[in-house]
Design a protein around this ligand. Sequence first.
Ligand code: ZN
Length: 227
Amino acid sequence: MLLSGGQDSAICLAWALARFARVETVGFDYGQRHRAELAAREDLRREIAGLGADWRARLGPDTRLDAGVLAAVGANALTADLPIGTGPDGLPTTFVPGRNLLFFTLAAALAHGRGLRHLVGGMCETDFSGYPDCRDDTLKSLQVSLNLGMNARFVIDTPLMWLDKAESWGLAERLGGPALVEIIRRRSLSCYRGETGRMHEWGPGCGTCPACELRARGWAAYRAGRP
Ligand code: ZN
């Protein structure tokens, strides 16, 4: 499973641990502005697996891959000091062209060698942030390409694809109760600026970037829906 250290992939780690007998995580270093997100991965792995003996037994190794070539082929607001906003092409300046396509391709190559069949990612089309590589059709088409190109039968699982952020928190609560929600709230980092110093009721972040605003709205909606 693709574990970035963000809220969505953290929920997917729990989803995978609840479903599969063996789960390995993979993370990518691509010169992102916030290495804090990569540090958050370690905390999330340890604490989420710590929620139960069966989850701990299922969690296999973590692999970190260098995807620094992404920074080399083009600057964007996640890898360089550019303003976070909308570019002239209508796409967010935080969009990294080819990122998820490359990540799933590398994850598939890794899984191929290990005999793993499912590739899990936290992509989501519902709170559409404008990323074309998070779309369901993009990933379904990639699944077909990977299977043809690697003579394999991979399944790309995106359990959050049709959930909004409040529903994602609800899924976390069903998977691991309030303890899992609390781990993800405190440990996962979604902020585009990678700010970890400020803790809000929805978690750490700068509070003003689009990712923080989305997370704050989702948390508020989740809390409002609870008795
Ligand atoms: Zn932020």
